[in-house]
Ligand binder design. Structure first.
Ligand SMILES: NC(=O)N[C@@H](CC(=O)O)C(=O)O
Ligand SMILES: [Zn+2]
Ligand SMILES: [Zn+2]
Length: 345
């Protein structure tokens, strides 16, 4: 049995670092493990301009311990009034790494998201021309569609036509949760990729109802049936360059989760790598972890691979039942469980 594993320093291609006190509380959980992270722009107000992204990037760096080597990669939140020239300017200046498409009201802080894709065709055209990636929260918001079907319906109604109209647009379908999404991406071309979270590899929808209602297992897109989880595990461990690591770590204060209308989001950053590694170990795919965690994403984004390494050892790691206190008390993914690997700092 493999006891130690060393891989090239990984990156997180989808994370929510929040702002203010929560940013200060969570930022280093990501920065201590990853070389870079694609930082989601769904703040209130959302990050829609290069000036806002630059200021947010500075706040992130200021929240880290001095000497930490970590690069936040910033994203632009698309709205109906997004301006193609300004966005491309931000990309070419190295401020924006990608644009993020939230269908309006699909998830946390997406009220300013896009209501009509045809309104922003010039943005997609400019992104396609320059190679700027489009990151998508892929769920329809039509309330007549069952919540467990919203990702699969999004593929048919939105993604297929978008790919037809913009075949050279680089697209990441974020945090995929279904066998339909895994199959669609696997069958795509070099312009199409997906991120997969640790929680969607570990839990199915039963986790939300395990002996009672479990708000800390609730996120969007919501976890699906077991068959979907197994399809995601096959995709993540397949070695295909179209699938890569994106935690979607999404901290919400305990009170905002344990509520009569609890927020969507799972905070998995503190033990993200150990959580993924457990899956690759269980699937007999330790040799494919480095590609998923440290290579496929950078290649898709056209960025250099990191040059450092991280090492794991097989050792029990107890996940605390809560992290922080007061306004920033958060319940982490795997709370109270013991994971089989430990990141050696
Ligand atoms: N994933 C989630 O359940 N929540 C995210 C938003 C998102 O990524 O959709 C959040 O910002 O809280
Ligand atoms: Zn999302
Ligand atoms: Zn997210």
């Amino acid at each position: 049995m493999t006891q130690r594993l060393t891989i090239r320093t990984p990156d997180d291609w989808h994370v929510h670092l929040r702002d203010g006190a929560m940013l200060a509380a969570v930022a280093d959980a990501t920065a201590r493990q990853f070389g870079r992270a694609i930082v989601m722009p769904n703040l209130a107000p959302p990050v829609t301009t290069a000036a806002m992204a630059r200021a947010y990037r500075d706040r992130i760096v200021a929240a880290l311990p001095s000497g930490r080597r970590f690069t936040p990669l910033m994203t632009c939140y698309l709205t109906d009034t997004a301006d193609a020239a300004a966005i491309i300017d931000g990309y070419e200046q190295g401020v924006f790494a990608a644009c993020k498409l939230y269908p309006a009201n699909a998830t946390t802080n997406s009220a300013h998201g896009v209501t009509d894709l045809s309104a922003i065709r010039p943005v997609f055209e400019a992104m396609q021309r320059t190679g700027m990636p489009l990151l998508i929260h892929g769920e329809v918001t039509d309330r007549a569609v069952d919540i467990f079907d919203r990702e699969a319906v999004f593929i048919d109604r939105v993604l297929v036509p978008l790919r037809r109209d913009f075949p050279e647009l680089r697209i990441v379908l974020e945090h995929i949760t279904t066998e339909q999404a895994a199959a669609f991406v696997a069958a795509g071309d070099d312009m199409m990729a997906a991120t997969i979270t640790p929680h969607h590899l570990h839990i199915n929808r039963n986790a939300m109802f395990d002996g009672g209602i479990r708000p800390h297992a609730y996120c969007l897109p919501v976890a699906k049936r077991e068959a979907h989880r197994l399809a995601l595990r096959r995709a993540a461990t397949s070695g295909s360059p179209r699938f890569f690591l994106g935690t979607d770590s999404a901290p919400h204060a305990r009170g905002a989760k344990e509520s009569d209308c609890g927020c969507a989001g799972i905070f998995n950053a503190p033990f993200a790598l150990e959580s993924y590694l457990e899956v690759f170990d269980e699937e007999g795919a330790l040799d494919r972890f480095e590609g998923f965690a440290s290579e496929h994403g950078a290649r898709f984004y056209g960025l250099p691979l990191n040059d450092g390494t991280v090492t794991f050892e097989r050792a029990p790691t107890v996940v605390p039942t809560a992290i922080g206190s007061g306004e920033t008390e958060v319940v982490p993914f795997h709370a109270g469980e013991t994971l089989g690997w430990r990141l050696v700092d």
